[in-house]
Design a protein around this ligand. Sequence first.
Ligand code: MTE
Length: 325
Amino acid sequence: MLIKSPPAWNIPERETTPEGIYLNRREMMKGAAAGTMLAASSMIGAGSALAAQPWDDDPSAKLYPVARNEAYTVARGITPEDLNSKYNNFYEFGSHKQIFRAARRLNVRPWTIKIDGMVEKEMEIDIDDLLAKMPLEERVYRHRCVEAWSMTIPWSGFALKALVDLAAPLGSAKYIEMKTFMDPDVASGQKQFWYPWAYTEGLTMAEATNELAFLVTGTYGHPALNQHGAPLRLAVPWKYGFKSIKSIVQFHFTDKRPTSFWEDIAGKEYGFWANVNPDVPHPRWSQATERALGADKRVPTLIYNGYAEQVAGLYKGMESESLFM
Ligand code: MTE
């Protein structure tokens, strides 16, 4: 982010996957889960359904695929998983896009999540116990990185509001501060002392309980890959991607506005609000257009990344704030 001006587009030029192709694959996975594994694998072709998968030992694998919530779809092709899973920002594993191999070092079981601060009862909860309590669904969301690239991804998970309800925050809580794991032996990027680890992000309570705020536990109909922030990652699609913190271990309810990781590093370039707006350029590049991963042409960026109907009301009367950086 900080180091890119302008961003380097170094992925092959291909079109995005038409949704129909993804859906067919998804149907096949469902069939496989229902016990028709052999039939499904012969349809998909050698080496896919029966090949070892990163989630083979994941106890949550049996939960996927989950039913799609049709209220959250996008009139755009879904980004092919092989592109999406090899072009990631996850600075804990390196400041380049090909971190997927390094991210395999992260052990996502056991994984404990702490919920603390201004809540009725602080708790520590195991990811699989949390998954068992939460209403899982699939949503197709846009994702717009501040670097002006974008993707469309089928996330599985649950509304952040469900976790807020579980936490039972006190009336005095105004924000949720979220933190990523800290383990420099596994994530060598965390040895770079000039970054303010652990990666931290924050939302207001109104943002966190907005219908769009989503906690991701799966991608493309299976448990989330490490590079996408397994086992628990945020998706707030109306904001620039850096708000969508990965591999979360803590939700801290507070009355103080958290300082985000990137805000701490370069507050004049990356703010707390970070809502997508094509009319407000980043100090070093335009935000007017974006390049969808795998597509040839740039397309116009939309205010709130296309989600104005759901979120514009959150910011009424806040015109004096830097809402779009
Ligand atoms: N979360 C953590 N912990 N570390 C990171 O470096 N990068 C952010 C966000 N969440 C980041 C993170 C940025 S800049 C983006 S664009 C998205 O993750 C990228 O998500 P993706 O790799 O799944 O596309």
